[in-house]
Design a protein around this ligand. Structure first.
Ligand code: UN1
Length: 520
C-alpha cells in the first residue's frame, strides 16, 4: 500500500488515522492514490490556519494577488496535458473534454489575473460639502468549499480563483473521486506562490469530512460557503448557512430542456442533442434531460437521433482516445442511474434504445472493446413517449439517458421546458427570430443557448440557475465577485464639523414660478 497523501494545511502535509483510495473510474483495478481522510479536528485546524493567513493575504495588494493567479494559469498551461490525462484516468471523461475542462481553469486564471487590477469600487457624490463617498469591495474572510467529481478542475477554479483574487482564504474539500486531481491542482497554487494557509485542502468523503466542514459554519469559523453538487445537499448547506446568516454559493442539479422546433436545422439539432445528452456520459449538471421536439419534425428527428446514438463509440477513454463517453464516475452514480429504468416502466414510457449496464454479453454496437466489467459503463439510453407528468421527465438521472418528448409548436414547447423544478440551462434550435426571442424571454433558466447545446459555459459568462438549480448566486466573470466580497461604503468628511445628511442638506431655494404661456 503506497503512503497516503496528507491534507494540505498551512503548507504542511497532515496525516489522518484513516485513509481512502481513489481508483480510476475507467478501471477499478488501477489505484490512482491513497489519501488521508480528515477528522473533525483536522478540518477545524484547517479553518484556524486559514483564519490566521487571512490577515496578510487580504492586505496583499489585489494586483499582486492577481499576478500569483496568473502564475497558476502559467503552471496549468505547462501541465495541461498531464493534468488532462489525470482527469481522464481518475474520473473518466474523454481526453478531448478533459483538455477543455483544464483550459476552462486556465481561462479563469487569465480573467482574474487582470481582475486583480480592477476590482473597481465607485466614487459617489455626497449631498454635503467637503465630504466624499466611496465604495470598496472587501474580502469576506475564510471560505469553505465542497466540489463535485464531474468537473474536478474547472469548477473548483470558478470558486478558488475569484475567492483568492478578492483576498479570501480557503478550506477546500474536493470530491473523494477526484482527490488526485485536486492534489495536483492545489500543488500548482503552491508552486505559483500562494502563501501557506491561504488555500488549504482537506480530503475525505462528503458524509464525514464534508459534514465536518459544513459544521464549521455553526462554530463561526467560516464567513462563506461555496458548493457544487446535488440539490439535496445544497438544501442542507443553505439551511446551516442561513441560520448563521451566511449567503452560500449553491450550484445544484438540472433537468435541462433542449427544444427542437419545426424549422430547425435538423442535423445541427441532432448533433447538439447527442452532445448535450451523452457528453461526459450525461454526468454534467448542464446535460440535457428532456429533448422537446416539435410534432412535424418529431419522426425525422427520432430516426436521425437514434441512428447517431447507435453509432456512438463507448469505452475506456484511457485506452481508446476517440470514445464519445467513458464510464460512470463511481458505483453510487451508476446505481442511482439504473433506478430510472424502473421509473420509465412505471410511467409507461417507451424504451427506444439502451439496456442498463454494458457487459460482455450486452454491449452496444459502438462498444470500443476491452473488459466492460473493469468499471461501470452504461448503455446510451433513449426514452420516447415521455410526458411532463412522469418522474422520468422530472428527475435528474445523471447518466447517459435522454427523453424525447413530442409537443405541438413553440408555446407548448416552452410550457413543457418550464414544467420541471430545475432551471439551470436550456437550448432551442430554430431559425425563426420570433420563436427564439419567445424562448429566450420566457424560459425559466439561468443559461440559454440558441442553436447550440445545453452545455458550454465560458469562463467570463455568469454560470448558475434559477428554481431548484441554485440559490441565485452566479459563478464566473465579474458576477462571481459579488459572491466573495462585501461592499464597504465610506464617508470621508473633511469639513471639520458635525454635518448631518438629510437633516442639514442645503438645497437651493427656488425662484418665482415661470408660466411659459405668459412669456409671449
Ligand atoms: C457542471 O457540470 O457542474 O457548461 C459544470 C458546461 C461546463 C461546466 C459544467 N463548462 O457544461
Amino acid at each position: 500500500m503506497p503512503t497516503a497523501i496528507g491534507h494540505m494545511i498551512g503548507g504542511r502535509a497532515v496525516d489522518s488515522p484513516t485513509t481512502f483510495e481513489s481508483r480510476s473510474s475507467c478501471d477499478r483495478s488501477d489505484l490512482v492514490g491513497v489519501f488521508a481522510a480528515a477528522t473533525k479536528e483536522q478540518v477545524r485546524e484547517a479553518c484556524v490556519v486559514a483564519r490566521e493567513a487571512f490577515a496578510d493575504w487580504s492586505a496583499t495588494p489585489a494586483p499582486v494577488r492577481g499576478e500569483v493567479l496568473g502564475k497558476v494559469g502559467d503552471a496549468l498551461e505547462r501541465e495541461k496535458e498531464s493534468l488532462s490525462r489525470l482527469v481522464t484516468r481518475e474520473m473518466g471523461k474523454t481526453l478531448k473534454e478533459a483538455r477543455g475542462s483544464v483550459q476552462e481553469a486556465i481561462d479563469t486564471c487569465r480573467f482574474f489575473q487582470s481582475e486583480g487590477r480592477r476590482l473597481y469600487g465607485q466614487t459617489v457624490p455626497s449631498e454635503m460639502p467637503n465630504k466624499e463617498l466611496t465604495t470598496y469591495r472587501r474580502p469576506l474572510g475564510v471560505v469553505g468549499m465542497i466540489t463535485a467529481s464531474n468537473f474536478p478542475i474547472a469548477v473548483p477554479s470558478w470558486k478558488i480563483v475569484p475567492a483568492l483574487v478578492t483576498g479570501n482564504t480557503i478550506v477546500w474539500k474536493p470530491s473523494q473521486d477526484a482527490a488526485a486531481i485536486a492534489y495536483a491542482f492545489a500543488k500548482l497554487f503552491e508552486e505559483a506562490g500562494v502563501p501557506p494557509g491561504v488555500l488549504n485542502v482537506v480530503f475525505g468523503n462528503g458524509r464525514d469530512t464534508g459534514a465536518h466542514l459544513i459544521d464549521m459554519m455553526n462554530e463561526g469559523r467560516l464567513n462563506k460557503f461555496a458548493f457544487t453538487g446535488s440539490t439535496a445537499v445544497g438544501r442542507v448547506i443553505g439551511e446551516v448557512a442561513g441560520r448563521n446568516l451566511l449567503h452560500p454559493t449553491l450550484e445544484l442539479g438540472g433537468k435541462n430542456p433542449l427544444v427542437v422546433l419545426r424549422d430547425a436545422d435538423l442535423e445541427n439539432a441532432v448533433q447538439g442533442a447527442v452532445f448535450s445528452a451523452f457528453a461526459t456520459g450525461g454526468q454534467r449538471c448542464t446535460s440535457a434531460g428532456n429533448v422537446i421536439v416539435d410534432e412535424p419534425v418529431y419522426d425525422a428527428f427520432v430516426e436521425r437521433f437514434l441512428a447517431q446514438v447507435a453509432a456512438l463509440r463507448i469505452g475506456n477513454p484511457v485506452t481508446f482516445e476517440d470514445v464519445y463517453y467513458g464510464p460512470f464516475i463511481n458505483e453510487r452514480f451508476f446505481d442511482s442511474w439504473q433506478e430510472h429504468y424502473g421509473w420509465g416502466e412505471t410511467d409507461g414510457a417507451t424504451l427506444a434504445y439502451g439496456q442498463g449496464r454494458i457487459t460482455s454479453d450486452s454491449a452496444p454496437s459502438g462498444w470500443a472493446g476491452g473488459d466492460p466489467a473493469a468499471a461501470f459503463y452504461g448503455w446510451p439510453t433513449v426514452w420516447t413517449g415521455v410526458e411532463p407528468g412522469m418522474r422520468l421527465f422530472q428527475e435528474e438521472v445523471f447518466g447517459p439517458t435522454i427523453n424525447l418528448v413530442k409537443v405541438d409548436g413553440v408555446d407548448a414547447a416552452i410550457e413543457a421546458a418550464n414544467a420541471v423544478e430545475y432551471g439551470l440551462s436550456s437550448a432551442v434550435y430554430t431559425m425563426n427570430r420570433d420563436w427564439a426571442y419567445r424562448f429566450k424571454t420566457r424560459i425559466e433558466a439561468g443559461m440559454t443557448s440558441i442553436n447550440n447545446t445545453t452545455v458550454g459555459a465560458e469562463a467570463h459568462l455568469p454560470f448558475g440557475g434559477v428554481k431548484s438549480s441554485g440559490n441565485g448566486t452566479r459563478e464566473s466573470g465579474i458576477w462571481v465577485l459579488e459572491a466573495y466580497t462585501y461592499w464597504q461604503a465610506v464617508n470621508d468628511d473633511v469639513s471639520g464639523r458635525l454635518q448631518l445628511a438629510q437633516m442639514e442638506t442645503q438645497y437651493v431655494t427656488p425662484g418665482d414660478e415661470v408660466d411659459v404661456a405668459e412669456l409671449f
